[in-house]
Design a protein around this ligand. Structure first.
Ligand code: IPE
Ligand code: IPE
Ligand code: MG
Length: 238
């Protein structure tokens, strides 16, 4: 990649297609999740090498609870495992790890692991990896609206003082800039309740490659496509 190309500061990824990838090989969907989880470390490391500062990965949506108990259980087991091994990765790569989404619905041991990992890695200033677990854009906005309503109830804020910045500041990771680039793997071209507010002006990139096959080379392709885009924010040509 040429040095003069603009690198996105924040890349958000909908890691999709684990189930189809496994099924195509006559294997259970959960095998796809296990293989998919292995891509997280490679892709995050590659992102850091490209100069990307923030990576946000959609790991489990508020809608994914509707899957079979077996599949949900397998995914929770993978999160448990990842939250144990990621500490080493964070230490070795100066990586900060955060989680967005409604943590209250997660099992207490997972919540404890998240709290530990977030606290332990808060000192690192390389790549920030944000995992969206039990995350839904509508749920995040609903929780934000509740927080704002509580401030109004307490008399800390009036309705007319509420601005777009008030809403941004009430989201799960208010200090992280909005994604510049959003990637979705495995062919589907929809948002599926990911970062509804934050994606307002992100460039969107869709690839047919399934998440378990998405490696550093695929990330590079997406970033290269991004560098060729003419980004606009509602203005006119210069
Ligand atoms: C993405 O892969 C992982 C999660 C949603 C947890 P899928 O499980 O959605 O795989 P497909 O889309 O059914 O192939
Ligand atoms: C979005 O993928 C959620 C995650 C990748 C975690 P889904 O596979 O759940 O989305 P739909 O059902 O295809 O829209
Ligand atoms: Mg899917």
């Amino acid at each position: 990649m040429q040095d003069n190309l603009k690198i996105p500061a924040h890349v958000a990824i909908i890691m999709d297609g684990n189930g189809r990838w496994a099924k195509a090989q006559g294997k259970p969907r959960t095998f796809g999740h296990t293989e998919g989880a292995k891509r997280v470390a490679d892709v995050t490391r590659a992102a850091g090498e490209l100069g990307i500062k923030y990576v946000t990965l959609y790991a489990f949506s508020t809608e994914n609870w509707s899957r079979s108990a077996e599949e949900v259980g397998a995914l929770m087991k993978l999160f448990r495992g990842y939250l144990k091994t990621c500490i080493k990765d964070a230490d070795e790569n100066n990586m900060r790890i955060r989680v967005i989404g409604d943590k209250t619905a997660l099992d207490p041991d997972i919540r404890e692991s998240i709290a530990y990992v977030e606290e332990h890695s808060a000192k690192y200033d390389g790549v920030t990896l944000t995992l969206a677990i039990n995350y839904g854009g509508r749920d995040e906005l609903t929780r934000a609206v509740r927080k704002i309503a509580e401030s109004v109830e307490k008399g800390k804020l009036t309705a007319s003082e509420i601005t777009a910045d008030t809403i941004s500041a009430s989201l799960d990771a208010p200090d992280i800039p909005d994604p510049d680039l959003m990637i979705r793997t495995c062919g589907e071209e929809r948002i599926s309740n990911f970062l509804l507010w934050e994606l307002a002006y992100s460039e969107l990139y869709f690839t047919d490659v399934a998440w378990p096959d998405f490696g550093p080379e695929e990330l590079k392709k997406a970033v290269e496509a991004y560098t060729r885009r003419d980004r606009r924010f509602g203005g006119a040509d210069e």
